[in-house]
Design a binder for this molecule. Structure first.
Ligand SMILES: CC(C)(COP(=O)(O)OP(=O)(O)OC[C@H]1O[C@@H](n2cnc3c(N)ncnc32)[C@H](O)[C@@H]1OP(=O)(O)O)[C@@H](O)C(=O)NCCC(=O)NCCS
Length: 223
């Protein structure tokens, strides 16, 4: 797909129709940033500048389709992006992929999105992030999918969906993931959400896809 931006690609397959998505496999040169975004990234190395800029290019395309006014998308508390009023969303970038999903807050309560290269986790990472029962479940899954990386990605998506609702950190061992080989997953929260959260929050369901050298996980919680 080169530098072209797609609004009907992998993300659209793992998110509901209420979410507007945009993704790209490359960094088109010369993309603009708002001055406030420039200020955030002024001292960053080239790799960080490129992922920051391109994913915001994706976000602007998705926001435009949602009807939101253009503006800077700044990292807020603990790095969570500050979306326009009435919008929820999530962004991800990894080698060879940048993507964003947004929705009206009246349609979706939160979104969590994560893309990873489809390769096994580096040595030691699985032990650090997985519960014993999660590691046991991975051993029962078939070949062909880097399940350990998918588990990691699902946990990242959980955190990105959890944080905007709770404004709290979530440890890797505080959610138990069950991967469904058919493209779904469930996350059970092993901690209670803070009392500031309105409505029940005991876990999440999500979808995943393994394609084009990537694993992508996505959570979208209906209102
Ligand atoms: C924040 C974190 C989830 C980012 O994931 P990552 O795989 O390293 O990076 P990605 O490229 O996929 O995502 C980066 C984007 O996530 C978003 N993000 C960062 N912090 C966030 C937060 N607290 N809440 C929601 N989104 C966040 C940002 O948009 C960021 O891009 P930007 O800096 O260009 O704006 C990860 O670095 C982290 O801190 N994880 C620890 C917590 C965790 O995962 N717990 C597991 C609970 S089961």
């Amino acid at each position: 797909m080169n530098g072209l931006l797609s609004t009907t690609g992998l993300l659209a397959r793992v998110l509901p129709a209420e979410a507007e998505t945009a993704e790209t496999y490359a960094d088109p040169p010369g993309l603009p940033l708002f001055p406030a975004e420039e200020a955030v990234i002024a001292r960053a190395v080239d790799k960080r500048r490129r992922e920051f800029t391109t994913v915001r290019h994706c976000a602007r395309a998705a926001l435009e389709r949602l009807g939101a006014l253009p503006g800077p998308i700044l990292p807020g508390e603990r790095g969570a992006p500050a979306w326009p009023e009435g919008v929820v969303g999530s962004m991800t970038h990894c080698a060879g992929f940048r993507g964003c999903a947004v929705a009206h807050a009246g349609d979706l309560r939160t979104i969590g999105l994560d893309a990873e290269p489809a390769a096994p986790l580096p040595d030691g990472v699985l032990d650090a992030i997985a519960l014993p029962e999660e590691r046991a479940a991975l051993r029962r899954l078939g070949a062909g999918v880097p399940w350990d990386r998918l588990l990691f990605s699902a946990k990242e998506s959980v955190y990105k969906a959890w944080f905007p609702l709770t404004r709290r950190f979530l440890e890797f061992h505080q959610a138990r993931i069950e991967l469904d080989p058919d493209g779904g997953f469930t996350a059970t929260l092993l901690v209670a959400p803070p009392s500031t959260v309105t409505g029940p929050l005991t876990g999440f369901t999500g979808r995943w896809i393994h394609r084009d050298g990537l694993v992508i996980t996505a959570i979208a919680v209906p209102v």
